[in-house]
Design a protein. Sequence first.
Length: 194
Amino acid sequence: MVDPDAHLALKCKSGDSAALELLFRRYVDRVWRYGWLVTRSREAAADIVQETFLRVVKSVGGFQGRSSFATWLFTLTRSAAMEFLRQKRQEQRFRSDPAILRLVPSDEESKTDRGAEESRDAVRQAVAELPGAQRDAVILCELVGMSIAEAADVLGWGKSRVKVTLFRARRKLRELLRTHVAAELNGKCAEETQ
């Protein structure tokens, strides 16, 4: 099957700005979401989107169409995100501070009930606590919606490694979330007895 986005990317090589704009519109939300999931910062996600599409413009001439455009794009996105995180660590000597994991809720999120918000925060916290490879696999497959094969291409791994990493990540997430639920229940029980 022919990848229509790969065809657009090939048009971009010849300077077709309309094709580039169409690719941007198709992927900007997914790239932003990936950046947000990795950094938990709206501003950082926007920076990652900008850097990713700058890289697309600079390196589209090297796109050969051997993989899908989405795979190629998310390889650039992951690289931009990892570079952003490395720079952040160097600037701030990155600390694992729970405040970093919090995100000011959007208008839509603020309309939801408190329990759902706490659950989302618990999942965000748990994903953030996963080791790097597990976090990458979960973000790409579970949160961005890539297939095992696409994630394998982006990560430079075999499909079996992605499957094993996802299995271990899901097991670790269950453990982390179980701990969170137990802590929440203990905290509520302590409040009720006071």
